[in-house]
Design a protein around this ligand. Structure first.
Ligand code: 3HC
Length: 690
């Protein structure tokens, strides 16, 4: 037929095989022959039943995302599903790997679905700022019930084959050769005879919907969506499946899809989907990677412990090193406690807990790191301390072991130059808590060997991290841009804003929390210590720390926290302190609008991003977006700072930066030359070294 779709007839059962690597997306070159095949098989008297299967590693993983935003070429997915659903002979989807989005919608067009025991099924469109647009919102509830369908569609999280079987989404689960099982299943069904009811007519479970409970949960989900349109549209579309006739609900789903696909939010989320995958790509694909089994972690504090857990969770044996038995036991006890909490919460099985704990080996002797393939130090943030550790590693690490520092700021070239094997040194900048946060900044030092870099990029992905390769500079990509934002947050306080007013401007923008809530959560003493080490000051934050107000952990920071609660309460004492400090500096308070807060904090951050690109510290603008979305909570619906800059317009950003530069004389407002080029060309390309 075509390279992408082939048909075989096995004793009266037709097997339609889709073959469109890597993930069998429903591109136009698949849809066209698929439609032709279905029409031909519908009318072919020698065919008693039809199985739709896929070649390669997965069933159809969705529509082809690269086609979104372009004119639709017919037949579209809806036309294919309608044709499939109207076929009178039994149709069976044989699902292995992942049936996602349009893939699951295609399967919902079949009378039956059978799955390999390892298969996963879901409608993850919400993660692309969309809702299922091929009938998923109206068909899925007819099989699994409206509430379950809403949860699946609003979260976008796939379910396993066994659960899908339990909910009625899948009719049988098999082990072994799935296509053979599917053909036998189809043959047996055909032998028993019809009629075969299409999913659109199976509305028994819809009648049982408790709409009040549905609406309560939908309202809760809408609140949590923090301004994202897609989750709200998803819930609305599933509700329509209950309250409207099938075709009407389908038409509304279509209208919502068309609106969302053209929205900035969906463009932003699609940008992030490709940006994350792009970030993991390095030039020189053919580099032979080093073998990494045992990982050594130096330092069993919050950071070291989290890093150790991240590797143990990824299946690596870990040697955890501390300077004393007490510190080691404390660190191991915290790790044990963290796993126990996960078991209590139900996110980890008892078996998995034991298996992970079994990966740890504690030590207070550097010589025990001799069998490690990768060693990461997470010790105190001080150049002399780091150099001492690397000196010891130079002596004990086996040849070819990768030696990494988790420094957030320090010059890794200087660390590398202090030992005899600089080619094995690089930075692995984890974000706290390291076992939870997805982002990993991988810092390529001047002499880092290409194979060492390729090895950790690959390893990062295998332990579930989103990796971005960055160059050496103070604070790398994330913290360097954060510093540009931080100094202006403090300045805004002195000029008349309150912490809660600034934080609200941030949450209204879509951040999960504002900078002061974030500081209180992370601990204000961390920044304080860093500033002191570098001879810097932040008058308000420093004074709070001098008063022992370190944030949530002391019950007081920029806000008050009562009885261990995490809810910030504005504190009149802090507001008085801010006014006093402003008066000391002769600053008269004025009213500050939300727009000013956003401009003065985010525009300098973007400006710093442009400098980072210009210097080649980041290879692509989209890498910076990946850092900010995954490490700092930049709203996904805005696509990251550099994507958002494109939406706002670099010209407008420059104009406002120049305005604030004239008013304040501050360096952070001096527009970078790349920002100016972006204003002219509309693209960050000029700075890309990718
Ligand atoms: N369209 C186009 N390209 C896709 C794609 C899709 N739906 N899904 C994956 N790809 C591409 C990736 O960009 C990547 O390309 P690259 O190698 O050039 O970087 C390649 O396929 C492999 O993808 P991954 O690196 O992500 O491979 P994994 O094995 O790690 O993961 C996966 C496989 C779980 C299928 C993952 O790719 C995924 O989640 N894909 C997206 C699934 C999805 O969102 N489907 C819904 C699409 S929207 C839709 O269907 C609308 C409909 O309702 C009308």
């Amino acid at each position: 037929m075509s390279n992408s779709v082939s048909v075989a007839n096995e004793g009266g059962v037709a097997i339609v095989t889709i073959d469109n690597p890597p993930v069998n997306a429903l591109s136009f070159h698949v849809r066209e022959p698929l439609m032709q095949a279905l029409v031909a098989l519908r009318d072919d008297a020698s065919v008693a039943a039809i199985v739709i299967a896929c070649a390669g590693r997965t069933f159809v993983a969705g529509a082809d995302i690269t086609e979104f935003g372009k004119p639709v070429q017919q037949p579209d997915l809806r036309a294919i599903v309608a044709t499939l659903e109207a076929i009178a002979k039994p149709t069976v989807a044989a699902i292995h790997g992942t049936a996602l989005g349009g893939g699951l919608e295609l399967a919902l067009g079949c009378h039956f679905r059978v799955a390999d025991q390892g298969a996963k099924l879901g409608l993850p469109e919400v993660k692309l700022g969309l809702l299922p647009g091929g009938g998923g919102t109206v068909r899925l509830p007819r099989l699994v019930g409206a509430l379950k369908a809403m949860r699946m569609i609003v979260s976008g999280t796939p379910i396993g084959a066994q659960e899908a079987h339990g909910t009625g989404l899948v009719d049988a689960v098999f082990e072994g050769d799935l296509t053979t099982h599917a053909v036998n299943f189809a043959r047996e069904i055909a032998r028993k005879g019809g009629p075969f009811t299409p999913v659109r007519e199976r509305d028994e479970s819809l009648g049982e919907t408790d709409l009040a409970a549905f609406d309560a949960e939908a309202a809760d989900l809408a609140r949590k969506a923090r301004g994202l349109e897609a989750p709200v549209a998803c819930a609305q579309a599933v509700r329509n499946a209950v309250t409207l006739p099938f075709d009407e609900a389908l038409a509304v789903e279509r209208a919502l899809f068309v609106k969302l696909v053209a929205s900035d939010q969906s463009r932003a989320q699609r940008h992030l989907f490709f940006a994350e995958r792009e970030a993991a790509k390095l030039p020189g694909k053919d580099v032979v990677k080093r073998r990494i089994s045992r990982v050594g972690v130096i330092g069993a504090g919050t950071m070291g412990g989290g890093i150790a857990m991240a590797f143990a969770n990824g299946g690596h044996p870990v040697t955890l090193l501390e300077t004393s038995q007490e510190a080691l036991q404390r660190g191991l006890a915290t790790i044990e406690k963290n796993y126990a909490v996960s078991v209590t919460r139900g996110s980890l099985s008892e078996d998995a807990r034991q298996q992970r704990l079994g990966q740890f080996k504690g030590s207070i002797d550097h010589a025990d790191l001799g069998d490690c393939d990768l060693i990461i130090e997470a010790a105190f943030e001080d150049m002399a301390v780091k150099k001492e550790i690397f000196g010891k590693l130079d002596a004990v690490a086996k040849p070819g072991a990768i030696l990494a520092t988790n420094t957030s700021y320090l010059d890794i070239d200087e660390i590398a130059a202090s030992i005899s094997r600089p080619q094995d040194v690089l930075g692995l900048h984890f974000f706290s808590p390291a076992n939870v946060m997805k982002l990993l900044e991988i810092v390529r030092a001047e002499k880092t060997a290409p194979d060492a870099l390729a090895t950790v990029v690959d390893l990062a992905r295998r332990i579930g991290k989103v990796a971005v390769v960055v160059g050496v500079c103070h604070g790398f990509v994330g913290n360097r841009m954060l510093a540009a934002r931080g100094s202006e947050s403090e300045a805004l306080l002195l000029e008349g804003a309150t912490p809660s007013q600034i934080d609200k401007a941030f949450t209204d923008f879509g951040w999960p929390m504002g900078p002061f809530q974030m500081g209180d959560l992370a601990g204000l003493d961390i920044g304080w210590r860093n500033r002191k080490a570098r001879g810097l000051t932040a008058v308000i934050a420093d004074t709070l720390c001098e008063q022992g107000r370190f944030g949530q952990k002391t019950g007081r920071g920029f806000y008050l926290y009562e009885n261990g609660s995490r809810t910030p309460i504005p504190d009149p004492e802090v507001e008085a302190l801010i006014r006093d400090k402003a008066a000391e500096k002769g600053i008269a308070p004025r009213t500050i609008a939300a727009d000013e807060i956003i401009e003065r904090t985010l525009y300098p951050l973007i400006n710093e991003g442009a400098k980072i690109l210009e210097e080649g510290i980041a290879a692509r603008a989209s890498d910076i977006d990946v850092v900010w979305v995954n490490g700092y909570g930049f709203p996904i619906g805005k696509g990251g700072p550099m994507f958002w800059a494109g939406l706002v317009g670099a010209g407008k950003i420059i104009e406002r930066l120049e305005y604030w530069l004239e008013l304040t004389g501050k360096d952070v407002f001096k527009p970078a030359s790349l920002l100016k080029r972006m204003a002219e060309s509309g693209s960050w390309e000029a700075g890309s070294t990718a």
